[in-house]
Design a protein around this ligand. Structure first.
Ligand code: X2X
Length: 340
């Protein structure tokens, strides 16, 4: 009797042990993980987020199903609430802009310091170097696991009123700006009249003429068809760029088996690279297309750019103090070292 019971237990153990190991943690997994973005496809941002979800679904044999919700719909259109919602677990994952998370992570304002990064090499010097690692460590301390960098792109100025080649041209123009107060300060310093609003509100505001202009990468300009919203003057000035961050709520992250964490991280890294490539190629294509769409493109000369730099320098200095002079100093050194 005793022996037969032991045999039964042994047989049961043998059956459990033979179950595929990778399947067991899936029991704790959610049927779906919500991924928040501001822009969906065909914007590069949305394409890259979908790619992340697709790679993870394939490589985990469907154990981890990620669904992308664009338009900041998981935070009722308020993109500046995305980081908090993800930290609180309302959203499990996001591909978020550094701008939209900077109200919670002040150090992410770094990328919005006017004229810190002149070119793509400068962005890479920050995100792919020590500065990027330090920023990820700061985010990690706040209950979010950052996995990879992506890119929204250099933000160029457009408006419906006139060519902007020098700060005086911005005088009195009503410009829609994004969520960080740093943008208000920059445009106020340039003599414009900045109005902060979400992306959800920006398009109607441009369409009705409630605002005269906005700033966004050219891929956003063309995919949102801003030339049809009266935005016929574009100034290419590379004044700031916003990287994207692929990230997961820490509790969700810790619930994944190590092998699955590796898959999710690797997929984010590949989708991040795709995001950077799509953003850069897309901006270059859009730049070539703009003149054929009846858009007047202005590219200030180096001397003309210096006037914008000088006018915004007090804003740079004030915000460098808030972001952390040490971090900003190291960022400036990394940018200087990236120059050919
Ligand atoms: O709102 C914007 O301008 C956008 C889409 O670029 C961001 O989310 C930062």
């Amino acid at each position: 009797m005793r022996i037969s019971r032991l045999l039964v237990v042994a047989a049961m153990l043998a059956v459990f042990a033979s179950l595929p190991a990778a399947r067991s943690p899936a029991a704790d997994y959610k049927p779906e993980y919500k991924v928040s973005t501001v822009l969906g496809p065909p914007f590069p941002w949305g394409v890259a987020a979908e790619k992340w979800a697709e790679l993870v679904a394939q490589r985990t044999d469907g154990r981890i199903v990620m669904k992308v919700y664009s338009g900041s719909q998981l935070v009722q259109g308020d993109q500046t609430k995305e980081f908090t919602a993800m930290r609180d677990g309302i959203i499990e994952m996001a591909v978020g802009s550094t701008i939209n998370w900077s109200p919670q992570i002040k150090e992410l304002n770094l990328f919005a310091l006017p004229f810190l990064m002149p070119d793509h090499a400068a962005i890479d010097a920050l995100t792919q170097g020590d500065v990027g690692r330090d920023l990820f460590a700061i985010i990690r301390q706040r209950g979010i696991e950052p996995l990879a960098w992506g890119e929204n792109g250099f933000r160029q100025l457009s408006n419906s009123k006139r060519e902007v080649r020098k700060p005086e041209d911005l005088q009195g123009l009503k410009i829609r700006v994004v969520g960080s107060p740093l943008f208000n300060d920059t445009f106020s310093a340039l003599g414009a009249n900045p109005t902060q609003m979400s992306w959800a509100d920006a398009k109607p505001a441009l369409a009705t003429g409630a605002v005269d202009g906005q700033e966004n990468p050219l891929t956003v300009y063309v995919n949102a068809k801003m030339e049809t919203l009266g935005q016929t003057y574009v100034t290419l000035w590379n004044y700031v760029a916003d990287p994207l961050i692929f990230a997961v709520n820490a509790r969700v992250w810790n619930s994944f088996a190590p092998a699955d964490q590796e898959i999710v991280r690797q997929a984010a890294s590949e989708a991040g690279k795709l995001s950077i490539q799509l953003a850069r190629d897309g901006d270059a294509e859009a730049e070539a297309e703009l003149p054929t769409m009846g858009v007047r493109v202005t590219r200030p000369s180096a001397a003309e750019l210096r006037a914008f730099v000088a006018a915004t320098r007090p804003v740079f200095d004030t915000w460098a103090g808030r972001i952390g002079p040490d971090l900003v100093g190291r960022a400036e050194s990394a940018v200087a070292a990236s120059k050919p």
